[in-house]
Design a protein around this ligand. Structure first.
Ligand code: SF4
Length: 436
């Protein structure tokens, strides 16, 4: 899982570290430039597989009321067409659970089968059992399996702890309640997400472990053990928090504990209540991207306070930036500076407009030849300022031709065509790119 293949640089002497920072003594690179993902078991959700080395799965949630069949079908379809691979819906009542049967049917009749997850809001097992018939995965929140009579001791004082016997007795009650759902999902070959939220830890976990990542992890482990005792292993685990450092700690601790216990369940990553706009995206990226870079995470959801379909490009951008999925053209462009020989922003925009459908290519737009060719070395094609009014086109590291700047984009397209790597853009190229 970790990217380091030898002791961390901080464990080496300064002179050793200088050498080791590029190459280890055996000639092996010290730092891998690809992410070594943690090995996890595959968990099927409809026709999508989470974990087991499969590409990181993108998911989101509609915000329509599940009782609104037409609206929900349209919301699920919008998300799926935007590239969302698994769609979650809320199921707060039995009527909602039954509505899912019709949503599923209508999707199949008017669009296609879409892997669906139901969010069961409390310990109403009848609802969960009903919905388990209609969806591919059920998400439960351990924090909502509440049996303790909160807050007060028999003498009226504030409760501050649970005895082991009380703790275990509640554990038995949870097991009893959860068992029929686990058996139903197991027998149908469906999946469950054990979705712990920092903001809704059960009281006995709070008192025993504190409002901490440890409490979140122990809460998840308690539910995992119940599932395992019933021979059910189609589990995905999440430990979301609205504060990035908390979720980072919780997921890393979960991995450590699972490694100790020989568990290999895939992880669903997310930052809850990330908000909207630029900061919502940055906050989600800080949490999700950091863990993915450590090799942790098999499915992601970026939670934005915006239309759900706006979450999907953010997910794909995080995955593309880390080299985990390639769903669009990778543009390498310099920030421009005093040496820039053309209007970089305009040219990049034009290049993007002409080539954004060529999923899989890396295209560089660099302002000058001083640093440009060296820094774009990994790109398939390069557009580089050569001298005022003239640009040079590159294939990899090789300069192919110099052309007047006004013919630059056209000449770039001609070069890609000559190499046989051009395809005509489709009307709905965005969707094609995202679904690639
Ligand atoms: S590539 Fe050239 S123009 Fe672009 S930032 Fe570097 S030095 Fe400046």
């Amino acid at each position: 899982m970790q990217t380091l293949s030898t002791p961390p640089v901080s464990d080496l002497s300064a002179s050793d570290a200088a050498v080791a920072s590029t190459v280890a003594s055996e000639g092996e690179p010290l730092f891998s430039t690809t992410i070594n993902r943690r090995k996890t078991r595959p968990v099927k959700v409809g026709d999508v597989t989470i974990g087991g080395g499969h590409p990181v799965v993108v998911q989101s949630m509609i915000n329509e009321d599940t009782l609104d069949i037409e609206g929900s079908v349209a919301g699920i379809r919008r998300l799926h067409e935007a590239g969302c691979e698994i769609v979650r819906v809320t199921v707060p009542s039995m009527a909602h659970a039954r509505a899912l049967a019709r949503i599923k049917e209508t999707l199949a009749d008017t669009y296609q089968v879409v892997p669906l997850v139901a969010d069961v809001h409390h310990n109403g097992m009848k609802i969960a059992l009903e919905v388990a018939k209609h969806v591919d995965k059920v998400r439960i929140n351990p924090g909502l399996y509440v049996f303790e009579k909160a807050s007060k001791n028999p003498d009226g004082s504030d409760r501050t702890e649970y005895t082991q016997a009380e703790f275990d007795a509640i554990g038995d009650k949870i097991r009893e309640t959860l068992e029929p759902l686990v058996i139903s999902l197991r027998d149908q070959g469906k999946a469950m997400r054990i979705g712990v939220n920092h903001g809704s830890l059960a009281e006995r976990m709070l008192f025993t472990y504190g409002d901490t990542p440890e409490g979140m992890v122990e809460s998840a482990l308690e539910f995992i053990r119940i599932c395992e005792s019933l021979d059910f292993y189609n589990l995905v685990v999440s430990l979301k928090a609205s504060r990035v450092p908390v979720m980072l700690a919780a997921y890393q601790l979960m991995v450590q504990r699972m490694d100790e216990l020989g568990m290999d369940y895939p992880l669903h990553l997310g930052v809850t209540e990330a908000g909207d706009g630029e900061y919502g995206r940055i906050k989600s990226t800080a949490g999700i991207g950091t863990l993915l870079a450590l090799g942790i995470g098999d499915t992601i959801r970026v939670s934005l306070t915006e239309a759900p379909e706006k979450e999907i490009p953010v997910c794909y951008s995080i995955l593309q930036a880390l080299g985990l999925r390639k769903t669009m053209v990778e543009y390498v462009a310099c920030p421009s500076c005093g040496r820039t020989l053309f209007n970089l922003e305009n040219v990049l925009q034009k290049v993007r407009e002409a080539t954004s459908h060529l999923t899989g290519l890396d295209i560089a737009v660099m302002g000058c030849i001083v640093n440009g060719p060296g820094e774009m070395a990994d790109a398939d094609y390069g557009y580089v300022g050569k001298q005022p009014g003239t640009i040079a086109l590159y294939r990899g590291r090789e300069e192919i031709e110099r052309v007047p700047q006004e013919r630059g984009v056209e000449a770039l397209i001609d070069l890609i065509k000559a190499d046989g790597r051009w395809v005509e853009p489709e009307a709905d190229s965005q969707k094609q790119a995202v679904n690639a």
